[in-house]
Design a protein around this ligand. Structure first.
Ligand code: SF4
Length: 694
């Protein structure tokens, strides 16, 4: 402190995958002053409305202050003894696959690491999945198919060096606002062209040169047409293609594609293809509109195909760029906290990788096949296959597709544990055991943002009541289950060092994720860790794929022959609308934190459904009428917003609002639990629904 004023502490924002750096100063009354960190490479001092309002979201009302068993406060010992006993009992009586963890991209890397180690190495099941399955699983699968590993090749600086940025299925202006600001600043300085590909007109279109308002689910047809046009225009990079397999089959699929299914004018498509072909430095930014699809992985590969074929990857200002929704979706991927991953980008199904991780952990058991992904995990909870489920920092009773069925499944599961900061979430109300967790600004750890930059989140406020950090709770359960030495963690620094050392194994297998250069960090070094982009290793540095070296056994990348598949359900007489879901600018997830800020709630204060004027006229819907939406899976009541931003036949509804009793504004209750066959990611953008005046 200087003159009695507490010093500012560096930390990172708990919301989107941009991963902005913050400077936090406690006000001495439980609050915080928050400003952007001018030295953080992600935001250089900028913050969006959500980051700026963080200080208004620290209210303790509704905080879970003590462990609860069946609704009654208890102590940690009795709660965690019960958790350990019930998980052990389920494993002994029904096998390791009778238990599961459902985690969150909100968790810190150290928390994720301990959860993954406990489930995969010690319980011996791969039934550990996360709400990141709803966010970017299709990108993980697409990266692995094309590159051999889940590598994000680009950086934020590429967005500023590009001459053309294509946003696909991404309302960056609202969902990653600081990244969007960086793009607009670069555009002002160098005239970067901006193209938005989205069925909906969004705030990201305001400054775009072109908006391709394609039909839902037709992205593969558009990018196949682009690949064919690049070939026809002589834009393929023969030199770079020496590092790529699969061109012939990918081109065959591209030429077989019918771009008419996009609903776009041929001239619009030609103009887009021509702009792409003529521009040397292109970054394609993609997000949930690509990932949340029953053909999400194919969409990702259709995009990657175009960059690989033209060598627009591995160079400054070039590349495909997946932006993650959550603050630590990337950290979760890095520790392997998904049902089909191992750790540090090693493969669950690779015996050498498994043996190396098992040996490193001193683990008694390792699963050799993928566990249940999110949708199947809750189905197993509902039909009795899962006997014990631990849900950490996420609210699946609101957010999972077919949310009413998921709510019933959680209720039906023999034993459900929920760790959260509040007891008031729809999911927490269904738990047998509630564990009070430390919140953002009360705990220490790391997160990785969309461009692989690892940042420290730092504790500046004391956790209230009996709240504890998640790594601490998970490790305690591991010890109580009988693995005292393996879970003898005293600090997140110790866990981070172990994670970094484990990544050295991945480096030895020639994989991309290697932060072994950080494995020797002292506690003080961890405390002071400045933002750092991986890899951090002596083995390999520099830009991924600049040398044309990929991670498939032959060292080459793969282009995939991808064909456009329509969404699983087609609108019909009973359900004539296509239902699209997404975020709004000033709320986050199910609003546990952001709803505390009057400023944020003032942006769009109630749940709504966007409907086209022609459809509204046909149904006799007037502005601000209440709408009842129905699907085969549920109902919701929402305020009508009549707008040509959506196409005729489409509806758009935000994801954030919750509700105890049906019908509510809990829109995921209408979304069909249809998943991509490769990634297991649900299609949250193209369900069918009916609309009527309420
Ligand atoms: Fe936080 Fe994302 Fe806003 Fe940055 S852009 S302040 S990370 S919500």
């Amino acid at each position: 402190t200087a003159g009695g004023t507490p010093a500012e502490v560096r930390s990172a924002c708990p919301y989107c995958g941009t991963g902005c750096g913050l400077l936090l100063r406690p006000d001495g009354q439980g609050g915080l002053e928050v400003r952007g960190d001018p030295d953080h490479p992600a935001n250089r001092g900028r913050l969006c409305s959500k980051g700026l309002a963080l200080g208004e979201t620290l209210g303790q009302e509704g905080r879970l202050l003590a462990p609860q068993v069946n609704g009654r406060d208890t102590g940690w010992d009795s709660a965690l003894d019960l958790v350990a006993a019930r998980f052990r009992q389920a494993v002994e009586q029904h096998g390791p696959d009778s238990v599961g963890f459902y985690l969150s991209g909100q968790m810190l890397t150290e928390d994720y690491y301990v959860a993954n180690k406990l489930m995969k190495g010690f319980i011996g099941s791969a039934n550990i999945d996360t709400n990141s399955r709803l966010c970017m699983a299709s990108t993980v699968a697409g990266h692995k198919r094309a590159f051999g590993t889940d590598t994000v090749p680009g950086t934020y600086e590429d967005l500023e060096e590009a001459d053309l940025i294509v946003l696909v299925g991404s309302n960056l202006a609202w969902c990653h606002p600081v990244l969007h600001q960086r793009i607009l600043a670069a555009r002002a300085a160098r005239g970067t062209k901006l193209v938005v590909i989205d069925p909906r007109r969004t705030a990201s279109c305001d400054q775009a040169d072109m908006h391709l308002k394609l039909r839902a689910g037709s992205d593969v047809a558009l990018f196949n047409r682009l690949l064919a046009a690049l070939y026809e225009g002589g834009a393929l990079d023969a030199d770079y293609l020496r590092h790529v397999e699969g061109l012939g089959a990918a081109l065959e699929a591209a030429f077989a594609a019918d771009a008419a299914v996009t609903g776009l004018e041929a001239t619009e498509i030609a103009e887009f293809c021509d702009l792409w072909r003529r521009t040397g430095k292109v970054v394609t930014v993609f997000s949930q509109g690509v990932n949340q699809s029953s053909s999400g992985t194919d969409k990702v590969n259709a995009i990657l195909n175009c960059h690989l074929a033209t060598g627009r990857i591995g160079k400054p200002g070039c590349g495909p760029f997946s932006v993650t929704g959550q603050p630590n979706a990337m950290g979760g991927r890095e520790v392997g906290g998904l049902a089909n991953m191992l750790a540090c980008h090693m493969d669950l199904e690779n015996a050498r990788h498994r043996a190396a991780v098992q040996d490193f952990w001193g683990a008694p058991a390792m699963p050799d096949r993928a566990g249940l992904k999110a949708v199947d995990l809750f189905r197993a909870a509902g039909d009795g296959r899962l006997k014990a489920l631990w849900i950490i920092h996420t609210n699946p009773a609101v957010t999972m597709p077919e949310a009413d069925a998921v709510r019933a499944a959680i209720k039906a599961c023999d034993f459900t544990v929920v760790s959260d900061i509040t007891a008031a979430t729809d999911t927490a109300r269904l738990a047998d055991v509630l564990l009070p967790a430390a919140a953002w600004a009360e705990k220490d750890g790391t997160v990785t943002n969309s461009d692989r930059t690892i940042s420290r989140q730092r504790a500046v406020l004391p956790p209230p009541g009996q709240a504890r950090a998640d790594w601490d709770i998970l490790a305690d359960v591991g010890r109580r289950m009988g693995w005292a030495a393996a879970f003898d963690y005293q600090s997140p620094a110790q866990i981070f060092r172990e994670h970094a050392a484990l990544s050295g194994l991945a480096g030895r297998f020639g994989l991309d994720f290697d932060i072994s250069g950080l494995s020797g960090l002292s506690d003080a070094g961890y405390d002071g860790l400045a933002p750092v982009r991986w890899p951090v290793s002596r083995r390999r540095g520099g830009r991924f794929f600049a040398d044309g070296r990929f991670y498939h056994p032959d060292g080459k990348a793969r282009m995939l022959p991808v064909r456009c598949q329509p969404p699983a359900a087609a609108p019909d007489r009973e359900f004539p609308f296509r239902l699209n879901t997404g975020r709004i600018r000033d709320q986050w997830h199910t609003m546990t934190r952001t709803a505390q800020s009057p400023r944020l709630s003032g942006h769009l204060g109630e749940p709504f459904a966007d409907i086209h004027p022609d459809d509204a006229a046909k149904l006799g819907i007037k502005p601000a009428d209440l709408l009842r939406l129905r699907s085969p899976h549920g109902q919701a009541i929402l305020r009508a917003r009549i707008t040509a931003d959506v196409q005729p036949g489409d509806l758009f509804v935000p994801i954030h609002w919750t509700g105890e009793t049906a019908p509510s504004a809990r829109i995921a209750s209408l979304v069909a639990a249809v998943t991509d066959p490769v990634s297991g990611q649900p299609d949250s953008k193209a369900s069918v629904a009916a609309a009527e005046c309420f």
